[in-house]
Design a protein around this ligand. Structure first.
Ligand code: PMV
Length: 309
């Protein structure tokens, strides 16, 4: 018997990095997914269509997650886990959280554990901590719950109710980077300028609450202005880079209302919003210049799992 789960990826709309230091952040689940298949086996093994066997050590955090579940629920951790992903790694789109959430959910289905989203997030964080050091948990929360989520460490994530469907434009710069080193870079800024950083954290929190209001109402022009403002703040703390700044400018010159880096920065992706009539031409303009760009209709469903007998 096999259990299968599919989890969405995510884009942080506002508040990344500052969320690690206590700010509210806003994130949306994206329609690109990671699929995990698990079945009992004579040993624990993890394979992925994105890693060659020589790179399989990169999958070690998944083993930690399965072992943590096996210990808590007293089952045998020996199982075969196989992953298939539509989400590029190091692109700021939550590929690792999506994989963790899919694995936890599939293992839970295989053992009929009926886990709540809060437990799926808790186990996913075992792997997320191994990969990223000190993540806030926003990625795992949005990949598990789906939809659009306002998140702050220590608070229950709040699911936003949208009055209708909305569109985000997501474009990958092509430059991969490590979230862990970006988080460390920000911690160093905080250490050097604690009161300045404290002020920015409060501002970022406020920005996320306002962005949530605009998005819920469908005021995409207002949301766009907030995105561009948030990008400037992220540049101030050193997490943007020349190629991201150029990409943000390009998206704006193609007619977007606003754009910003999404996720850890230093490379990765840009998220933007645009007038309804412009989305198609913006995406084809980006693709024409060689970027991987896509349109994401939100809200998107959270993780789902099923048995295949
Ligand atoms: O780039 P990603 O998908 O790893 O997103 C990281 C988001 C951060 O705010 C930078 C870190 C976190 O854990 O919240």
């Amino acid at each position: 018997m096999k259990a299968i789960a599919e989890a969405p990826s995510k884009a942080i709309i506002t508040g990344e990095h500052f969320v690690v230091h206590g700010a509210w952040a806003l994130a949306a689940a994206l329609p690109r997914r990671v699929r995990a298949e698990v079945s009992e086996s004579h040993r624990i093994s993890v394979t992925s269509d994105r890693f060659s066997s020589a790179e399989a050590h990169g999958l070690h955090p998944i083993i930690g997650v399965v072992e943590a579940m096996a210990k808590e629920f007293s089952f045998n951790a020996r199982m075969r886990v196989s992953l298939r992903s539509e989400v590029p790694e190091g692109a700021g789109l939550g590929s690792s959280a999506s994989a963790m959430v899919a694995v936890v959910s599939a293992v839970s289905r295989l053992h009929s554990l009926d886990l709540q989203p809060s437990d799926i997030i808790r186990f996913s964080m075992v792997g997320e901590r191994e990969i990223h050091g000190n993540p806030s948990g926003i990625d795992a929360a949005v990949c598990a719950m789906g939809g659009v989520v306002l998140f702050r460490p220590g608070n229950a994530p709040k699911r936003l109710s949208l009055e209708g469907r909305r569109t985000l434009i997501v474009v990958f710069s092509g430059k991969r980077r490590s979230t862990k080193s970006q988080i460390r870079r920000v911690a160093a800024v905080k250490g050097t300028f604690p009161s300045f950083f404290g002020g920015l954290t409060e501002a970022a929190s406020e920005v996320s609450l306002i962005a949530a209001e605009r998005l819920a109402k469908g005021d995409m022009k207002g949301l766009g202005r907030i995105l561009s403002f948030n990008h400037a703040v992220l540049s101030t703390i050193g997490v943007s880079c020349r190629s991201l700044d150029k990409l943000v400018d390009l998206v704006l010159s193609l007619g977007a209302y606003g754009a910003k880096l999404t996720g850890a920065g230093g490379g990765g992706s840009v998220v933007a919003v645009a007038p309804g009539g412009k989305e198609k031409s913006i995406i084809s303009g980006l693709r024409g210049r060689g970027f991987e760009a896509f349109r994401a209709e939100i809200p998107v469903e959270g993780v789902k799992s099923w048995l295949n007998r």
